[in-house]
Design a binder for this molecule. Sequence first.
Ligand SMILES: *[C@@H]1O[C@H](CO)[C@@H](O)[C@H](O)[C@H]1NC(C)=O
Ligand SMILES: *[C@@H]1O[C@H](CO)[C@@H](O)[C@H](O)[C@H]1NC(C)=O
Ligand SMILES: *[C@@H]1O[C@H](CO)[C@@H](O)[C@H](O)[C@H]1NC(C)=O
Ligand SMILES: *[C@@H]1O[C@H](CO)[C@@H](O)[C@H](O)[C@H]1NC(C)=O
Ligand SMILES: *[C@@H]1O[C@H](CO)[C@@H](O)[C@H](O)[C@H]1NC(C)=O
Ligand SMILES: *[C@@H]1O[C@H](CO)[C@@H](O)[C@H](O)[C@H]1NC(C)=O
Ligand SMILES: *[C@@H]1O[C@H](CO)[C@@H](O)[C@H](O)[C@H]1NC(C)=O
Ligand SMILES: *[C@@H]1O[C@H](CO)[C@@H](O)[C@H](O)[C@H]1NC(C)=O
Length: 896
Amino acid sequence: MVRLNLATALLAVTGAAYATRGKAPNVLPGAYIVEYEDGHDGNALLKSIQDDTSKRMDLDFQLFKGASIQFKDLKNAAERAEQVASMPAVKNLWPVHVYSIPEHTVHSVGSPSAAEYRKRADAANDTFTPHLMTQVNKLRAEGIDGKGIKIAVVDTGTDYNHPALGGCFGPGCLVSFGTDLVGDKYNGFNIPVPDPDPVDNCNGHGSHVAGIIAAQTNNPYGIIGAATGVTLGSFKVFGCDGQVGNDVLIAAFNMAYEAGADLITASIGGASGWSEDNWAVAVQRIVEAGVPCTVSAGNSGDEGIFFASTAANGKRVTAIASVDNTLSPAILTEASYTISGSANNVSFGFTPGTPDAWAGVSLPLYSVSLDATDPANACTPLPDDTPDLSNKIVLIRRGSCTFAVKLANAAAKGAKYVIFYNNVGGVIAVTGTVDAIKAVAMVTADQGATWINALKAGQEVVVHMVDSDSAEKILQNFPNTLTPGYLSSYTSWGPTNEVDFYPDLAAPGGMILSTYPLALGGYAVLSGTSMACPITAAVYALIMQKRGIKDPQTIESLLAATANPNIWSDGAGHTLPSLAPAAQQGAGLIQAYDAAYATTILSRSGISFNDTDNFAPTQKFDIKNIGKSDVTFTLSNVGALTAYTFADDTSIEVQAFPNTFAQGVSASLAFPDGSSVTVPAGQTKSVTVVATQPQGLDAKRLPVYSGYIALNGTDGSSLSLPYMGVVGSMHSLTVLDAEDTYISQSTDEDYAPVASNKTFLLPPQGHVNDTQYANVSLPVIVLNLAMGSPFVRVDVVPVKTCRKVNTTEILGTQTIGPIMGAPYEWMPRGQAPSSWDGMLADGSYAPSGTYKFAVKALHIFGKKGDVKEYDVMETEPFGIRYMKNGLKRRAVTMRV
Ligand SMILES: *[C@@H]1O[C@H](CO)[C@@H](O)[C@H](O)[C@H]1NC(C)=O
Ligand SMILES: *[C@@H]1O[C@H](CO)[C@@H](O)[C@H](O)[C@H]1NC(C)=O
Ligand SMILES: *[C@@H]1O[C@H](CO)[C@@H](O)[C@H](O)[C@H]1NC(C)=O
Ligand SMILES: *[C@@H]1O[C@H](CO)[C@@H](O)[C@H](O)[C@H]1NC(C)=O
Ligand SMILES: *[C@@H]1O[C@H](CO)[C@@H](O)[C@H](O)[C@H]1NC(C)=O
Ligand SMILES: *[C@@H]1O[C@H](CO)[C@@H](O)[C@H](O)[C@H]1NC(C)=O
Ligand SMILES: *[C@@H]1O[C@H](CO)[C@@H](O)[C@H](O)[C@H]1NC(C)=O
Ligand SMILES: *[C@@H]1O[C@H](CO)[C@@H](O)[C@H](O)[C@H]1NC(C)=O
């Protein structure tokens, strides 16, 4: 059966018109992935359509046979795609989507020309905190380093020239295999230009990821990869900037698989929530073929619950959440100061701000206050007796008012150079916006206090600043007092829209020091699930080596069973004495040593009891005892916080992070075969668990409960199996925010609604992409999905047309057809605007006239053929007319 999977994302006819609040995937106009029907000749198919298509990429793999194609004529692309989809040789046809590296934070980077990095950690003794947090140091102390395991990294490439990343590429090198699928100029929308060299010298993300896995100890910062013995494959799928198409991602995963990778990791993703997404399906096939795939869970924690990302949300794909490091490392620029009466220069570190014209600035320090705890330095005009500050470096404490206010008050007394000292741990980069200020910087709270003490004692402090581009760098580690080991507030939440367990595991990802391309400084501190994913991949390699196994489910189950769930933190210093929901942390923080040595293997790594409609209370799992003695396990239930999806029982909009909770209310679990189970040595016992949903909760607020089945063994082991479930009905949720779905115009970046009956003067049919029409205002349908929807229609309904049109009835609506690109499948929640140039999905144009859009969004678990299964709305009417071909710009301006 041939299936046409039309756009999950929306087509922006003018290119610029696409933006989303929910960060939905973008779509590449006219580009499609074709999967061939088994036993059919792809070349013959491609030949038969070569007149109007060009081949983007061959996707000729063991687990995926197809190609990606580009229709030459965009205006017929959607119609031609339907025709191609119905050809016997075609099994699936999907639009090409584009994804970005999840938005991560670059905190500080080294400097390209720094002569020497100052050694601050002992590289031979693994005290690297992400390793202490995950027990990686304990395995490394036993010589377990992943030797013999091949990890493929799908990312921005790797700067293998970096000494800590091996210094070479090819057999015998640390980065021993891989390729560049796209070339540096690729941006996700142009044609990939592959070359064999996956070097990363302009982006950095992939080199940071590679260092987390396997950085060698020959670096001055004490950075150590978690699995220094592995060999890396580098599959470069990004150019220097921009995004990546999922045809490239599918190709990269399959190339890595065929290159013999033992596991594949990717810190890439896009909003989804559907395991049916095509990239997710392609990765699922690789896992099912026996190769584990770890994918970052996403950095959209602020969106709240039910915001899973693809391909992490694929079935069997291991989704990795992030916890914050216990230390906050920072790479600071080294400068010095002298105190009157002392001959010595004392070194200190600072973070340059913007502007940072510090080169050669050597001036006495003046502090606006001699109280190092004053909460509001320079928030009001400085006193009249303040000296002329033009020949000083002015010291100001952070806090109470903006940096701009403080700088303006200092500038009013002549200041040109300002150093802030922090009022909390660490340092940040400050941007100054006051014209008179030539340079700003920040130092630590301790450094500020040291200087204040000297000034109070009547000493003169002369600070010798330096140009941070050429100065030496020093590493300073600040204790993370706010969120040590807690879930990172940015980590994306599950479950999926179909209540699949998500995310799976958590690892350190917030404030991680690793390698960076030499051209970009060599070392950097970054935050994101992008950093949590590679350390997990490295731990997989350690377990593979130690246990001599490769099976994805066994390793995921070992890591889940031995992981440590943590309590809830709001990311801003407030915690609750209950476990954070499994929808945020999965099984919890991985413990590599315990997983490597566990003699008990559970058959599952997470359980979903589904929602109330589909409540599946009875679940089974196996306990396998591979140890030498019998073990009796005591089973118990440890509930985690139950998170409300909605703030109240009338809201349809998911609460942003942090959610509200039903504290102290969790599911109860029964073990009908007894809560004590003895598993003889070498044997396997099946356990049945029966859940009762938490009681007394408001189902309209869609509470998501979760917890951990604890298994305490007489051998001293303490394992847990996480579960989650939903009280309420996913099927009856409102998916379309009808009140917030409306007509706007493409020239309005904010997408404000337009007045009813506005008439749009459109470019001549087929010419929307001509540059002369780039600024013409097109109608935009601004869709707003309150929840993900598996299928969304946007049909054009004639109100009054200049010439007669034929309509057909679709789900009770008389329509001339869907807009070009519609209907859309597997939509994530969020806002998705799509501009319309009058073209319908079949490639024809709606004649001039007045129209409405009929929007229909299918409920989760809904049946496509029944209009009652949809949320429906019709927009206000709007008019369209077409310019005559060749009409001059002047006339256009007059009419729009
Ligand atoms: C490793 O370093 C830590 C912290 O510096 C120190 O306490 C410990 O003794 C060292 N261990 C070895 C084996 O050198
Ligand atoms: C201290 O450092 C500054 C800037 O590098 C330099 O000009 C000065 O000579 C040094 N003074 C001493 C005493 O080393
Ligand atoms: C929940 O139930 C629905 C309907 O049977 C099913 O499609 C979905 O896969 C189930 N989810 C899980 C995680 O089992
Ligand atoms: C299981 O072990 C954990 C950790 O050692 C302990 O906190 C918990 O109370 C134990 N549960 C039972 C039912 O013994
Ligand atoms: C919009 O146009 C339609 C059809 O011409 C008309 O029936 C309707 O009253 C108009 N609405 C407004 C608000 O002007
Ligand atoms: C559409 O316009 C963009 C830039 O304006 C151009 O790069 C692209 O090739 C055009 N596409 C077609 C099919 O004309
Ligand atoms: C469109 O508007 C931009 C910004 O005002 C301008 O730079 C550009 O020249 C305009 N293009 C055309 C084709 O008028
Ligand atoms: C409407 O449909 C009829 C019958 O199929 C056809 O003859 C006619 O050309 C169509 N009109 C338009 C405007 O498409």
